[in-house]
Each structure stands twice: as C-alpha cells, then as structure tokens.
Design a protein around this ligand. Structure first.
Ligand code: ADP
Ligand code: MG
Length: 574
C-alpha cells in the first residue's frame, strides 16, 4: 500500500476533488425521486400543470448538475488512473533494470513482462473504478436510505431482507473466485512464456519443421488458460443476474405491501413511486459496491505480483566497503581462492574448490565439456553472480570491494548468448562506450574483423539492424559484439565462446588482432577450438565444476587427460 501511496500522493488534489464531485452528483441523484413524488402527488393527481412545469424545471437543473459533475469526475479519474499506471510501470521498470542476474533467474523474463503489462493495466483500471464508484456507492446508499426511512420505515423492512442476502452472495462468490483469479494470472505467464520462446526461435522451429508440434503446445497452453478463465468467469458471471433477481423480487414486495398501504390511505401514490426509486438506488449501490469489491479481489492478485517485484531488492549491490572506498581496477590480475558456487535455486555446487591465479596481460583459455561450469566461472569475475564460498580477487582485492559500476566498466564481457539491439550498427557499437569516436569504433571493428563486412553493406555503419540483429549472420553478430566490448578498453576481457560461429581463418585474424591491441589486458577465452587453446598463455581445464588442470598448453598435453582428449579429437579436422 505504501508503494502505491507514494505514487498516488502526487495526485492528491485529484483524489480530493473526486469525492467532492461525487457528493454533489449523488445529492442531485437522490433529489430526483423526491421531486418525482411531488409531481405525481401535487401535479398529476390534482391536475395542476404549473406544479408539473415548475418541479420539472428544477429536476432538469439537478439533472444537468449531476451530468456535469459526473463527467468531470470521470475525466479526473481517467487522467489520474492513466498517470498512476504510467508511474507504476516506470517504477517497476526501474526496479527490474536494477536487478542482478540471480533476480532475473528467480522471476523469469516472461513473468516480468506480464507483470509490467497486464498486471499494471489491471491496477490502473482499479484506480479508475475506485475513483468513480468506491465512494459513490456508499454515499448513494446512505442518502437513499435516509429518504426511504423518511417515507415509510415499515416498508423499509424489505431492504432488511434484501441487503443481507446480497452481502452473503457476494461473500460466497468471492471466497470461491479468489483462488481462480490467481491461477488465471499464472496461466497467462505460462502462455507468454511459450509465445516468447517460439517467436525468438521461429527460424529454428521452421527449419526443423516443428510448427505443428509447437502449435499444439501453444494450443494446449492456451486451452489451459481458457479453462481456468472460464471457471473464474463462471463464478463471477452469476453475480449480476443474482443481484438483479433480488432487486426484482424486492420491487414486487414493495408494490405488494406498499399497494396495500396506498389503498389504506397511509401512503400516497407519489410516495410509493419515490420509495421504489430509492429502493432501486440503494440496491444498485450495493451492487456497484460488490463489483468494486470483486474487482479489488482480482486486482489483489495483480497487486501481489507487482509488489513482489517492487519489494525485491537487487541481490547484488555495492557493499559498504565498496562504497566507503573507490577502488579502481588498474592491472587486471585475477585470482580465485577456494571458490564454491551454486545458483540460487540449485541443489548442487556448480563450481567447487576453484583456486588459480592469473597475471596481468595473460590470455587464458577456459575449456571443458558443456555444463562443466565455464560460463558460471567467468560470470563470477564481473559479479554477475556472487560466490557461495571463497573469494574472487582482482588486483589482490575481493571483487566485492569494488563498486559494481567500476567493476563492470573495466571488464569487457561478450556473453555466450550475446544480443544486439535494434538501431544502426554504429549505435550498437557505441552502446559499449557512448564517447567513442568514429575512428575508435572503426578500429575496434577492424580488430574484431567486422569492419570489412560492415563496409560491404550499402550504408556501412549506418546500416539499421533489426530487432535482435536479425539481418546479420551469427558470425557477424559475434564479431560486432566483440567490437562493442573492445570499445570499453577493458582491463579484463572475457569472451564466452564468442567466435563459435566464425570460420577458423577469421578467428585467427581476430586472435592476432586482439593480441596486438590488448597488450596489457587480461583475457579469458572460453573456446572449443584446439588452435585457440594452443595460442593461449595458459589453459584452465574444467571438469564437472572442478579444475582438472591449469598450465601452459604443452605441459597440459602430458598431464591432463581431458585436454589430451580434446587435442586428439581435433587433430584430423584441423
Ligand atoms: N542460471 C542458471 N540457474 C541454474 N543453473 C544454471 C544456470 N546456468 C547454468 N546452470 C547450471 O550450471 C551448470 C554449469 O553451466 P555452465 O556454467 O553454463 O556450463 P558451460 O558454460 O561450461 O557449458 C550446468 O549444470 C547448468 O545446468
Ligand atoms: Mg557456457
């Protein structure tokens, strides 16, 4: 609640004006039946046209005021709720941007997406609805009730039967519906997940001719959502008709008892008519209020999901030591001391007892089977994740003693799943370093063997890349990503299998280029290629999250079985 109030308090004037407008509108609305009864009793019955005209004009005036205030309130509500939605979305987005890798793992991107869109929209609707109805219903109820009691307190007993019945119905429906609302939201998450995965891999799906399979999967997920939604809707839809039924029965009851009283002469026809109108108003108010409560219940599912994100603090932040000092990475020595690591949700250590030391300017090849922990290991250096035990040191200082910004600025990373943004090639490269001159950009591109193919495009560096870089090949994308990392002029460069889609000749050129421009830079290269391993100063061999060997390539051939196997397997292929 506090989270929402922080946003809403900006609009407190609107939030104050709204009830005022509602009060005026409700006042006008409840005056109507009273005038109606006056027209019937003093105008129609005694056939006095002047009373009808005079009272009619007054009613018209009230109607106009009611219209004006209602429209004004609707306008204010729409404006406030839209702004609330925008602010909430911005807050959520900022929070998500501050998340570290482990936090994203926890929520999953799909779920974050639905929270940012669907859930926020529902909250926005709730604010809109609340501002229009939440206060209107009780005000209308109270005002109408006063008039009812004034007209005939005995006849008011009909309400005493109808209202508790309504409250019970609302309560039962809510109890039953609430669990389904939460479930619907989760199903939507799942559907988004399937759709997203499919759209990202649409080329793969097509080339494997798996459209049918994927389409079935989508339909199944979609049907799940449909079934849950229908079940939730089934519970809710019975609300309005049931309420309507109670209303109709109450009207009949009033006509029945009230008719008798008119014949007795204790009640006038006009009073009976106005009584009926007030009755409708009170019951309408109860119905409206039950709708609000229902909507609140549904919104609470969304609200929970939003607050879950807003109250999750990024799990990796600057430590007090880091903030107290302002160390910078100068040399780029890296040391692991007895490092164990496991992922947040995982049960086993992905890395165990990792200890090694790398000198400034060394090039280290990190090798091992898939799943051996290579990506996890290098992720610990720029603190994408934090170690579970032990420490990772840079220049003899724990990485947690550096500020995250400094750490990540001085470490260039090309992740295995690298991505480009939509925009021009130049924009994409400068994303690594907005201050880079055109010359620096071209130099970096040359080193990464990207310059030539970029120039072969008609618009060169101004070529617009599609979303995710769809219009360049996998190897070209990798080379652009390397260039982007180089522009940071990092002290430590990490390449996670970043040349896997590049041919061997080009890869050799990239390697030589890196060697030339990165004289003092420490480089970690995760690779499957034996040539790359052999050109490294030293090779770190991982097996099942443990170090199998760490030495110069020639020595490893004698000491590491794993390394020897890789070597042998690639001897004939070149
Ligand atoms: N984000 C993650 N959450 C949980 N487990 C993960 C995550 N990423 C990788 N793993 C697990 O950690 C192990 C090592 O993975 P990884 O470091 O990616 O290996 P490699 O890069 O050598 O192929 C694997 O068993 C993998 O399933
Ligand atoms: Mg990997």
């Amino acid at each position: 609640m506090r989270q929402y109030w922080q946003i809403l308090k900006k609009y407190r004037w609107s939030l104050l004006a709204s009830p005022l407008l509602i009060a005026i509108a409700v006042f006008c609305e409840t005056m109507m039946p009273m005038y109606m009864s006056r027209i019937v009793d003093d105008g129609v019955m005694p056939r006095d046209l002047s009373v009808i005209t005079a009272t009619g004009l007054q009613m018209l005036l009230f109607a106009v005021i009611q219209l004006a205030t209602s429209v004004a309130n609707a306008y204010i509500s729409a404006r406030t709720s839209t702004r609330f939605g925008t602010d909430l979305r911005a807050r959520l987005f900022d929070r998500i941007e501050s998340f570290a890798f482990p936090d994203i793992d926890k929520f999953s991107s799909e779920s974050l997406l639905t929270r940012l869109t669907g859930d926020v929209t529902r909250m926005q609707q709730t604010v809109f609805m609340s501002m229009r109805i939440m206060l209107r219903a009780p005000m209308l109820f109270l005002m109408a009730l006063v008039f009812i009691l004034m007209i005939d307190s005995k006849l008011a007993l009909v309400l005493a039967a109808a209202i508790p019945l309504m409250v019970i119905i609302v309560w039962v429906i809510l109890r039953k519906g609430l669990p389904y609302f939460l479930k619907v939201q989760r199903r939507i998450d799942r559907l988004n997940g399937v759709v997203r995965e499919n759209l990202l891999n649409i080329r793969l799906v097509k080339s494997f001719v798996r459209e049918d399979f994927e389409s079935q999967k989508f339909k199944r997920t979609s049907r799940d959502l449909q079934e849950t939604s229908i079940r939730a809707a089934n519970i809710v839809v019975s609300l309005a008709p049931l309420m309507g039924f109670i209303l109709n029965v109450s009207v009949v009851a009033v006509l029945w008892f009230g008719g008798g009283r008119v014949m007795e002469g204790t009640l006038s026809v006009g009073q009976l008519i106005s009584f009926l109108n007030y009755l409708m108003q009170t019951l309408m108010a109860v119905m409206m209020f039950s709708m609000v409560v229902m909507n609140f219940a549904r919104a609470s599912a969304s609200s929970e999901r939003i607050l879950e994100v807003l109250t999750t603090d990024p799990s990796l932040v600057d430590t007090p030591q880091a903030l107290a000092n302002d160390y910078s990475v100068t040399r780029g020595e890296v040391e692991f001391r007895g490092v164990d690591f496991r992922y947040g949700g995982g049960e086993n250590d992905v890395l165990s007892e990792i200890s090694f030391k790398v000198r400034q300017g060394e090039t280290i090849a990190v090798v091992g089977a898939t799943g051996s922990g290579k990506t996890s290991l290098i992720g610990l250096i720029p603190r994408l994740y934090d170690v579970t035990a032990g420490e990772v040191m840079i220049d003899g200082r724990d990485v947690r003693d550096y500020r995250l910004g400094e750490l990540r600025l001085s470490i260039g990373v090309v992740l295995q799943k690298n991505e480009l943004f939509s925009g021009t090639i130049l924009e994409n490269l400068r994303w690594g370093n907005p201050k880079a001159t055109l010359e620096e950009v071209e130099d970096a591109a040359r080193t990464a063997q990207a310059h030539d193919f970029v120039m072969s495009f008609e618009k060169g560096y101004d070529t617009v890349l599609g979303r995710g870089g769809v219009n360049v090949s996998g190897g070209q994308k990798q080379r652009l990503c390397i260039a982007r990392a180089l522009l940071r002029k990092p002290r430590i460069l990490i390449l996670d299998d970043s040349t896997s889609a590049v041919d061997s000749t080009t890869e050799l050129k990239i390697r030589l280029g890196l060697r030339r421009v990165l004289a003092g830079t420490t480089v970690f290269i995760i690779t499957q290629r034996i040539h790359t391993m052999q050109s490294a100063d030293r090779v770190l061999v991982l097996e099942d999250g443990r170090i199998d060997g760490f030495d110069v390539p020639a020595e490893l051939l004698k000491t590491s079985k794993v390394y020897k196997e890789i070597y042998d397997s690639q001897q004939f292929k070149g």
